[in-house]
Design a protein around this ligand. Structure first.
Ligand code: ADP
Ligand code: MG
Length: 273
């Protein structure tokens, strides 16, 4: 709606995990580097935590972009509110298992695990590494799921892991994992994302505008300070506020977004930002 007015090729602040927009803050880059290290060096398991809206899912997409399909077989579970069986079947299908049972009994859970083990071995024989990524892993309720993931990590060749497991979730994921000591001991890498500081907030806004073709400033320095004040530097909230400010500036026929626009829109959005 306002894209043309501001000289943009598309909307800059959509709340979608599009890796084309990735702003390489030092914390995002460090987390991405660690996750890539976990996968490429076959470190077993890694955990990425961070509050809602700080960039875990977009980092997952950026990671997927780095892992070529001819080298990696990847199961990406993005909403793991599944039964134990559904969870294992979803992974098994993505990792290349076949002849999967369909009846849901405990005995069959073991046969799915066997089946998965074979898929991991087959992938290794084909020169492919198997990777499981579970986003929103903090919502996993069934402790049996963690137990099965631990069993899968135990399937190893003498000299290497057959599987890399990456768990992404809100901070309570760490507490959940800590309650399960045997699982916790399998985690080789932990990383955490927090909110941006003022400097990163401003650089983030400028970066997203640049991705859609706008190099000249749109938000004044004071406006970006106000965005930081009202969003706490959480990218999801920054997106929401900046998007509505662009709309407002367009409606008012402005050349730039100043502090008063940001304050007005932040007041309108209130607790909803
Ligand atoms: N480093 C970043 N670069 C670009 N966009 C980001 C970054 N971090 C977060 N975002 C954006 O903020 C929004 C929320 O991020 P998301 O990855 O969904 O957060 P989470 O999964 O931690 O809740 C998304 O639109 C995402 O694209
Ligand atoms: Mg997410």
């Amino acid at each position: 709606m306002y894209e043309k007015y501001w000289g943009l090729t598309e909307k800059p602040f959509e709340n979608t995990p599009d890796p084309r927009f990735l702003y390489h803050s030092s914390q995002h880059d460090e987390a991405l580097g660690r996750l890539l290290y976990a996968v490429r060096e076959r470190k077993g398991a890694a955990v990425l935590t961070g509050v809602f809206g700080c960039g875990k899912t977009v980092l997952g997409q950026a990671l997927l972009r780095e892992l070529s399909a001819d080298r990696y077989k990847i199961a990406f579970i993005n909403y793991p509110l599944l039964s134990h069986m559904e969870f294992l079947l979803a992974i098994a299908k993505s990792l290349g298992s076949y002849d999967l049972p369909t009846k849901k009994t405990e005995v069959l859970i073991n046969s799915v695990l066997d089946n998965l083990n074979n898929a991991l071995l087959n992938n290794a024989r084909d020169g492919k590494d198997s990777v499981i990524i579970v986003d929103e892993a903090h919502i996993i309720e069934d402790v049996q799921i963690l137990e099965s993931l631990r069993l899968l990590l135990n399937f190893q060749l003498p000299n290497r892991f057959l599987l890399t497991l990456l768990l992404f979730g809100q901070p309570e994921l760490r507490e959940k994992i800590e309650l399960n000591k045997p699982f916790e001991q399998r985690i080789a890498i932990k990383c955490h994302l927090t909110n941006f500081d003022l400097e990163d907030t401003a650089a983030y806004i400028i970066h997203r505008l640049k991705v859609v073709g706008r190099s000249e400033p749109v938000f004044t320095k004071e406006a970006m300070e106000a965005v930081y004040e009202h969003t706490g530097g959480i990218p999801r909230r920054i997106n929401r506020l900046c998007d509505i400010c662009l709309l407002s500036g367009f409606a008012k026929n402005l050349n730039q977004i100043d502090e008063s626009i940001v304050l007005g829109e932040a007041r309108e959005l209130g607790a909803k930002i």
